[in-house]
Design a protein around this ligand. Structure first.
Ligand SMILES: [Mn+2]
Length: 330
């Protein structure tokens, strides 16, 4: 169709999200992110998993990928605090969402593991947007399937997520027990750290299990009282010691409920948004860091979309850290 030049110049391309008030000096993530089918290679690969069937409480995080992507494409690709600019020399490919089996947890996990195994195999750094935390199992298995040696895992979370099961079923509370007990590629408890554990939604039984297994649990209280930097340093030390790769699993409910209302189990006394960003910035720069998932963001439980905006900020921060890591590797 044809419109007059005058009218054409008044229309913004709505297929490119984030097109509000253009400023020729702004570069948004939408300007640098491409569909994976058109990319030769990429530094970062975004994958969404719209699946919350394994949540035992309030569901809604299956809408996380859509909501976080919407927040993500409004991000500019520069952050003055860390002074990282992603506008040139950094590539982000969007792999879309996993076609999940809505009523089948294990079947969905199989699909996810198949995909993540190939994504890690491409040599890029995946950023996986959940979905519920049960998905950490196939997310991390995808990395383990690509590494000969051991994989260290940092779980930033309000909860331990080492349950045996919920009535014999896999749930969002079981992913790390599954990894620790996996027969093919078990997670070594000596390289697993529980970071930011907090509040009256954890059992002594599972805390004792971690103690008996030699798993370091760093409660949010210890981080608040002792400072974020020593806690980050210790977590990196545990996950990197004798391993070939590190995976960062970020459950948004690690962050205080004042910042994150949009999740199944909001956390009183959790990490601040700054502490969370600083943890991702420092952990993501470690030379062994290979990927991240961010889970349990439920926009249907949110207020003013802030939980999705926080999720997007954490992803941008991880991308900034990844850029620094890749620069340091040269
Ligand atoms: Mn969790």
């Amino acid at each position: 169709m044809k419109l007059s030049k005058d009218v054409e110049s008044l229309l913004l391309d709505a297929s490119k999200p984030g097109s509000f008030v253009p400023d020729e000096y702004d570069v948004g993530l939408a300007d640098i992110m491409v569909d994976w089918r058109t990319a030769e290679s990429a530094d970062i690969g975004i994958l969404g998993i719209p699946f919350d069937t394994a949540v035992s409480g309030r569901r809604g995080c299956r809408f996380g990928p859509e909501s976080v992507r919407n927040a993500l494409v409004f991000s500019d690709v520069y952050e003055p605090g860390i002074d990282v600019d992603l506008s040139t020399g950094f590539s982000v490919a969007d792999f879309g969402n996993v076609d999940v089996l809505y009523t089948e947890v294990l079947g969905t996990h199989e699909r996810v593991e198949k995909i993540t195994t190939e994504l890690f195999g491409l040599g890029l750094t995946p950023v996986i947007i959940g979905g519920d935390h049960s998905l950490a199992y196939p997310d991390i298995k995808g990395l383990m399937n690509n590494v000969d040696g051991k994989v260290g895992v940092i779980n930033i979370d309000g909860h331990l997520d080492v349950r045996h099961s919920h009535h014999g079923e896999v749930s969002s509370g079981t992913p790390f027990r599954r990894l620790l007990e996996d027969t093919a590629t078990p997670l070594d408890p000596a390289n697993f750290v529980e970071f930011g554990i907090n509040t009256w939604l954890n059992s002594k039984y599972y805390r004792d299990y971690c103690r008996d297994m030699g798993i370091r649990v760093i409660p949010a209280r210890e981080i608040h009282l002792g400072g974020i930097l020593p806690a980050i340093e210790e977590a990196i030390e545990i996950a990197s010691k004798g391993t070939d790769a590190i995976f960062l699993s970020f459950d948004i409910d690690a962050i205080d409920l004042a910042h994150i209302p949009g999740t199944n189990a909001p956390n009183a006394g959790g990490l601040s948004s700054f502490q969370a960003l600083e943890a991702v910035w420092r952990m993501g720069q470690h030379p062994k860091c290979r990927g991240m998932d961010i889970v349990e963001i439920a926009p249907s439980l949110d207020a003013a979309n802030v939980s999705s905006i926080m999720g997007a900020a954490l992803i941008m921060q991880f991308m900034g850290a990844t850029r620094r890591r890749l620069e340091n590797a040269v």
